[in-house]
Design a protein around this ligand. Sequence first.
Ligand SMILES: *Cc1c(COP(=O)(O)O)cnc(C)c1O
Length: 475
Amino acid sequence: MKYVSTRGITTLGRFTDVLLMGLAPDGGLAMPERVPTFSAQELEGLRHLEYPDLAYRIMRPFIDDVPDADLRRILRDTYTPAVFHSKDITPLTPLGSSGLYLLELSNGPSLAFKDVAMQFLGHMFEYVLEARGEHLNILGATSGDTGSAAEYAMLGKGRVNVFMLSPHGRMSAFQQAQMYSLAEPNIFNIALQGVFDDCQDLVKAVNADHGFKARFDIGAVNSINWARVLAQAVYYFKAYFALNLPAGAEADFSVPSGNFGNVFAGYLARRMGLPIGQLIVASNENDVLHEFFSTGVYHVRPAERVAATSSPSMDIGKASNFERYLYAITGNDAPQTHGWWGEVGQGRPVDLRGTPHWDAVKASGLRGGRSTHADRLNTIRRLDQTYGRLIDPHTADGVLVGEVYRRPGVPMVCLETALPAKFEETVQEAVGRLPERPERFEGIERLDKHFDVLPNDVETLKAYIAQKLAGRAQG
Ligand SMILES: *Cc1c(COP(=O)(O)O)cnc(C)c1O
């Protein structure tokens, strides 16, 4: 399978090439040159597979430059009950007899759905770097979930170091403890004196120094990584089969969305032939995507106009994977996509009203919706009272918006993107008590914390990275 850029370059290489790539050289995102589909009969053949075997069948057409036995082994090593605390890896739980279901994606090491893809990335990186005799130093910025998922995925990976910037003192006590309690020689937590946007700006500034980037093998694991999107498509299949519907019957999915990576994976599954009717893009108060799906106009919001909400992992004004979606609905029209992103870069809207592209959006099954803080609290409370099931504020957003689009007789699968323990302050506000914590996180706030505080200055950051890597080379 060859990969192309959404903005025109057609020679990005094969899977292992785009695995380690951030943006394509033309600023676009990597996409497979075509999307293979499963026939109804082939889908039947996938129905009873265990998670690693299912993942193999879904991902194999997109990964044809890794030997068969190696890919199977990597997937078996990644998707184990020991890591995901469930024999089904991503179990599906009905909410009473309502026709609503929770797809549990958050039983992994960091208690958020990002583990499902990031764990795969950790194994895949180690494999490819080993084969090439290379090393990689991941530099990232996090406001919470991405950083912890990346760090847990790279634990003990000898060819990878992680430098993770987080805004000093601005994450929840639990999130800080999750990251800072890791005492691993290849993990470097940097608490930056600034806000999340400052962290992101510093990462960009380091990446803009091409000499430094090449000399120190700087890479990323951000949400535009194609391998993450691909790995996420698998659990849509797993959930669909767990519903046990007659062949060909439709299911709907509701997805709490920020950077559009998770819901795009659902769109990919639909394109591969999985009978998904609607894919609900659920937003919070930062509702750029809701605006697009209800009006046909996409208008990104600058960082200073993005509100801080009780579902912080969705506080995004510019959804980076959205470019992949627009590229796909134009039938892979790279010049068109390039033109649109030029406009977006200038802060101008993309307006699809009255064009064939808008019809393609409607035919794609995606629908939008939003929730407020009060909506999320009510939803958390209602699910606790009605079904005895506690959910986190991101998942609550998805459940609420999913209910709006319910169709009689069609199941609605709501993706559980984090466990309530991860956002216990909001959960307590909703139900007046703290959620249960998985045992392995009891008392985590009392563990020693390992992090360095740095000023918001790119030269200091570069010197820090150089010094730590020199230390690693000696040790
Ligand atoms: C990252 C994240 C999201 C948003 O997912 P995208 O793929 O960026 O749309 C939603 N909920 C939680 C808990 C997250 O960590």
